[in-house]
Structures are given as structure tokens and as C-alpha cells.
Design a protein around this ligand. Structure first.
Ligand code: SF4
Length: 340
């Protein structure tokens, strides 16, 4: 049992490389560095946001920590135990404690199963209840996520996108998890529905003591739910901080550029959009030194030669950038927003 001040999950130097095959005999022709040395922790009742452009490696991290894929190197500790060293029975128990909510509720719900079967499936697999007790539990779960018991016999196509996501949440809750990986859970929904689902997730966190890894590319959504936020670029975390600190004083040039595109709800704050040049390079052949240097407006010769180490700035904030090493340099320290 994890105490409130201990980490529920700890990810240490996680790497996931995919072999690249080519040629007549499909020989190994290189590797895709999808995740390249990622470390973070998640505490009880905490939401860690994981943000970055498409292709930055967020979903590969999610698949690894759910043990849906193997890893190349590193460790994933859940409640103090390495999940890649668990035997079959312990792995089955882990599946209960670690759940997932997917981006597209339409694709993640079996169209041939009724709501009762979808939500009840894991209850049966984990032998949590049977007969009337199981049905009662399913009805309770539906009510918790804001759906009526009348929906038990209906099928996914009969629901709206928001309702389908609520069914997905009820399915995840059915086995009393501790940590839920939310992989872009609201990006397929309308803005008004997004707010409802975010509020529901926050309520459930308070009520059941849940932790979330919340993966998203929409930074305004992450702002509403995350306690801390990690920023990924080309398979690496480049900055991690508490939400308020990251949104008001980002220290990595990539974070600064990402956040410059987020609207600030204050008409008195002038916002200057930073447009990055070029596209994210391929993880098959990443740039030398700092992976961000071909796009970075502040790049210096050292950035092409040496990968920046992670620097602890205090206050649960760290960044990996050579610029920070220069005494007194701060990319941004505005209190109320960027580029005022
Ligand atoms: Fe830019 Fe250099 Fe910092 Fe990389 S290390 S983000 S290239 S300033």
C-alpha cells in the first residue's frame, strides 16, 4: 500500500526502440527511437499531464506503462514493484489497478456488446461479483458517471460521443483502479462536452482517490486537470513542472513555443505566437546533441554537439536545455503570461 507522500508509479530511464528492417532479406537497417530515456513519477491522487506534438512518443509511453508492449531499457515501478518482472498472477492483479480510457470511445467499445456486457466484462474476468450483485454494481457505476440504468441493454451506436466516453470511464472504474491512463480522452469530443468529461474525471479523482496520467496535445484542456505537466519532444521529456509554473514561466524553448499558441483568457495580455520552423525530425535519424536544435531560435554551437542534461530548478521544476546553464538566463519569467 502506497502512502500519500510516496510515488504510486515511477518510470526510470524508459526507452522503447523499434527495429527498422529493410532490403531483400528484411535485415535490421536501424531503429526508431520512439521513447528515449523518459523518467517521471505519479503520486496518489495526482494528475500528471503528458503533452507534446503528435509523434513525440506520448502514446508509446502509455503502452509501455500499461505493459501493452515490451521495453528496450529502463524500469516502470508500480506500488514499488517492477511491472516487467511480474509473473502471470501478479500481472492479472496489476491489470485491475491500472486502467485506460482511450481517445475514440466509438472504436474502443465493442459494437456488438450491450452496455451491461461492456461494463460488466472486467467484473467477470476479475471475479468481483456475479448475478444480481454484478448487475447492481454496473447500475451503480453507470449512475456514478451520469448515465441511467435504462441504458443497460443498449449498444454503443445508440449513444453520443460524450455518453460513449462515460461508458468507457464506467468500464475503467469497474475494477477499482488506482491509476488510469487517459490517452487523449476528450480530443474527439465537442468543447462543451469536453468540459463535462473533465469535470467528471476530477470528481472521480476526489471520490475514489484516483491518479491519472493524462495524455493530450491540447494544452488548454491539460491546464484544467493536471497538477504537474511533462513536455515531450522526439521521445524525451524536455521539461517537467507544476501546472502553474509551467504555464506562467516555461523554461524550455519548445515549451515556450507550444504555450505561445494557447489562448490566454485575459484581453489585457498581449500574446506573441512563436512559430517553430520546420517539422519534428524523424526518430529514425534524430539530430545530434539537443534533438530540438534544428528548430530552436536560441540554438548555439554546443546544442549541436552535446545533449543537455536535466537541470533541477527547484520547486518540482526541471528542464533539459543548455541555455539554462548560462548564469541568470531565463527564457521567460512573466507572472501573468507570455511576452507581455
Ligand atoms: Fe535550444 Fe540549445 Fe536549449 Fe536545445 S539546448 S532547447 S537547442 S537552447
Amino acid at each position: 500500500m502506497v502512502k500519500p507522500n510516496e510515488n504510486l508509479m515511477e518510470v526510470k530511464n524508459l526507452k522503447k526502440y523499434f527495429p527498422l528492417r529493410g532490403g531483400f532479406l528484411s535485415r535490421a537497417a536501424g531503429e526508431i527511437r520512439a521513447v528515449d530515456g523518459v523518467s517521471f513519477s505519479i503520486r496518489p491522487m495526482e494528475t500528471l499531464g503528458l503533452v507534446g506534438e503528435s509523434g513525440s512518443g506520448k502514446t508509446t509511453v502509455a503502452r509501455a506503462i500499461l505493459r501493452l508492449s515490451s521495453i528496450t531499457e529502463g524500469q516502470v515501478l508500480f506500488e514499488g514493484r517492477d511491472i516487467f518482472k511480474l509473473g502471470r498472477e501478479d500481472l492479472r492483479k496489476l491489470r485491475r489497478r491500472l486502467q485506460v480510457i482511450f481517445q475514440d470511445p466509438h472504436a474502443s467499445l465493442n459494437p456488438r456488446m450491450s452496455v451491461e456486457d461492456i461494463v460488466g466484462e472486467a467484473i467477470v474476468i476479475h471475479h468481483l461479483a456475479r448475478g444480481p450483485e454484478k448487475k447492481e454494481k454496473i447500475v451503480t457505476l453507470l449512475e456514478i458517471v451520469g448515465l441511467s440504468a435504462h441504458y443497460l441493454g443498449r449498444y454503443p451506436h445508440e449513444f453520443s460521443g460524450g455518453e460513449r466516453q462515460r461508458i468507457g470511464i464506467a468500464r475503467a472504474l469497474a475494477v477499482d483502479p488506482r491509476l488510469i491512463v487517459c490517452d487523449e480522452p476528450v480530443s474527439a469530443l465537442d468543447v462543451s462536452i469536453q468540459a463535462q468529461v473533465i469535470n467528471l474525471l476530477k470528481d472521480l479523482q476526489r471520490r475514489f482517490g484516483l491518479s491519472y496520467l493524462f495524455i493530450a496535445h491540447d494544452l488548454s484542456v491539460v491546464r484544467h486537470i493536471a497538477h504537474r505537466v511533462a513536455v515531450m519532444y522526439l521521445g524525451k521529456i524536455v521539461e517537467l513542472a507544476t501546472r502553474d509554473r509551467l504555464y506562467t514561466s516555461p523554461q524550455h524553448p519548445y515549451t515556450e513555443a507550444l504555450f505561445s499558441a494557447v489562448p490566454i483568457p485575459d484581453p489585457t495580455v498581449k500574446q506573441k505566437r512563436i512559430v517553430l520552423r520546420g517539422e519534428m525530425p524523424s526518430p529514425v535519424n534524430p539530430p545530434s546533441g539537443c534533438y530540438f536544435h534544428p528548430r530552436c531560435p536560441y540554438a548555439e554551437p554546443i546544442c549541436r554537439q552535446k545533449s543537455p542534461e536535466r537541470e533541477d530548478l527547484g520547486g518540482q521544476h526541471w528542464v533539459a536545455c543548455h541555455l539554462r546553464k548560462r548564469a541568470g538566463h531565463k527564457i521567460n519569467s512573466n507572472k501573468g503570461g507570455r511576452n507581455q
